[in-house]
Design a protein around this ligand. Sequence first.
Ligand code: NAD
Length: 439
Amino acid sequence: MNKQADPSSRVGNGNANFSVENLEWSTPMYRLAVEQLDLTAKRMNLDPNIWERLRTPQRAYVVSFPFRRDDYDTVETVLGYRVQHVLTMGPTKGGLRYDMDVNLGEVTALAMWMTWKCALMNLPFGGAKGGVRIEPRSLSSNELQRITRRYTSEIIDFIGPDRDIPAPDLGTDEQVMAWMMDTYSQQKGHAVPGVVTGKPIEIGGSHGRREATGRGVVTCMVEACRIVGMDPADTTVVVQGYGQVGAVVSDLASNVGANIIAVSDFEGGLFNPKGLDLDAVALWYRERGSFKGFPDADAISNGELLRLHCDVLIPAAVQNQINEDNADAIHCQLLVEAANGPTTVVADEILAERGILVVPDILANAGGVTVSYFEWVQGLQQFFWSEVEVNKRLVDLMRRAFDDVHAVSKESGVTFRTAAMMRGIERVAAAKRRRGVFP
Ligand code: NAD
């Protein structure tokens, strides 16, 4: 690819301010997503017209709305976002995040990763993501419900079962999806379960969705162990994050025989070199909402947890956790990315040089969107599958995608991340070429 063809050097051909830094959503996380795209696009000699197109989201909505606190007198203004990256592949699909760090750049980066993830898994969706800038842990359930309903009504024209389908992500769960589904349905005048996935079973959710992301992560961990010659039942595993993904990953990894030696949440975590009693940890956490005071393990900070000696490290919390400051101090053989964007580009290079196999987020955590797809299909057909069937289909698709990425990585001599992105991007590019440019 000559320099002229690289979109980053095409500034001036009618797009005077089209460099990454000048875009409204240019934040470190967006720049990470673009850097990953650029590295892969160069490697695969991607058509520069398509390359440029993929660097920006097709649609980005920013809303602000009033939100009444439980005391009734306080009304705060809240920011919300929904970004749809690529509309070429079908409806767009992606989670909804409640977090204080949410901004347009973060949501855009997450939407881009959703595009590659859906294409890698061969799902008929483009990528999207949503977010509301709040601290969900500080809000009551009634407050969360009011925010969710108002946010849904602000973006109601942009979502829908054949348009854009939200799902749970950081800080949101199946209850939030139920409120979204209800708000949307009230406005349309009839029940529309297909507007969200990750719903409770009672209103059209799928068996196995709650555990799906974790199940996909552990499937990848087992496959990756095979490649590096480790027996999963003989591994020590460290998991950062103890939410919808991290807690399930710990349990399912333990079910395949792994020894979970550390877990954490945003406040810090627990470490026992002999292995944690996960049932006792789960009970403690459920009753107190914190690991503090748990008797049979040492308290540990998130910084220390990432530096522990282990066979498998699974970040399942937030982005940017493995970066240039700690990449040299990571002591695992396998890094399986359950979170989105946990590893920076520089850290990725350091880990590759050190011979650590990284199973990238767009592959490792694709189980969630895969069972969301199953949920959407089951809802459209009004024909529901058993949990055994859902789990079997999920594991089959995850293994197939893993083998595919492994094969591309071997053939092209690239990392798993580059291989996974090459697969995803080439499918999107092929669809874009077929559909052409309107008008
Ligand atoms: P969650 O809100 O259920 O749990 C997040 C966990 O991370 C909690 O234990 C929280 O205490 C911890 N955490 C938050 N901030 C932290 C910090 N700064 N340092 C350490 N720990 C912190 O969220 P989730 O749904 O489990 O999502 C976790 C990650 O997985 C996110 O990156 C999300 O985008 C990704 N993901 C989730 C799904 C899904 O189906 N829920 C699917 C694919 C990817």
